[in-house]
Design a protein around this ligand. Structure first.
Ligand code: AKG
Length: 202
């Protein structure tokens, strides 16, 4: 596998594009593992325990609950990159978008002011950063957008993005607002992993 290459594409929010982060073999293996368990995606802001199916997020998805050698190798690579222990990470969330499916603009951080989101913060604290790996090439659409700073990332198989939901001083970063734009042709597979401030318990 080629070495990966990191390019900072935005300072606020802090967004890094990582080229060649996963091999084609690893991308295909993650999709194969996820396929039998795909269900409609949920959002957790309103119901932190079970999540709810919501028009904001129309993809299907699943969490990879079991580690194997491929998942462990990817976790090693991410841990090495972001210098946050893997115990702070939530499970890998594999997502699939068909034509027209999307994840409308949202934040990955949780707000202390919202009672339902406060519950999320009790386990592991704030979501400090998010890693998204693109598992296939999308024929058209499906870009990841940061609308506040007019930034778009085109999904490319094996590439990843790392972005921070909080600023360097620990305050939440409103510019981390992001979306998965509708897929226009083909389909889109990604795997997302959120990292907390402290250990996260499953
Ligand atoms: O589909 C995308 O490009 C964005 C996914 C996303 O925002 C998320 O999983 O939190």
């Amino acid at each position: 596998m080629k070495d990966f290459e990191i390019v900072q594409v935005s300072k606020d929010p802090r967004v890094f594009e990582i080229k060649n982060f996963l091999s084609d073999f690893e991308c295909d293996a993650i999709i194969t593992k996820a396929i039998p368990n795909m269900c409609p995606s949920r959002v957790v802001e309103e119901d932190p325990l079970n999540g709810v199916i919501h028009a904001q997020r129309t993809s299907t998805g699943t969490f990879l609950l079991m580690s194997d050698t491929i998942v462990t190798k990817i976790e090693d690579r991410i841990e090495n990159l972001i210098k946050i222990p893997r115990q702070n990470g939530e499970h890998f969330n594999v997502l699939h978008y068909d034509v027209g499916q999307e994840y409308k603009p949202h934040y990955d951080y949780f707000l202390h002011e919202e009672e339902t989101q406060r519950l999320q913060l009790k386990n592991g604290g704030q979501r400090v950063c998010t890693v998204i790996v693109y598992l296939n090439n999308v024929e058209d659409g499906g870009v990841t957008v940061f609308p506040n700073v007019n930034l778009q990332i085109i999904p490319q198989k094996g590439n990843a993005i790392l972005f921070y939901n909080i600023k360097e001083d620990g305050q939440i970063d409103h510019n981390s607002l992001h979306s998965g734009a509708p897929v226009l042709k083909g389909s889109k597979w990604i795997v997302t992993k959120w990292f907390r401030e402290n250990h996260y318990t499953f």
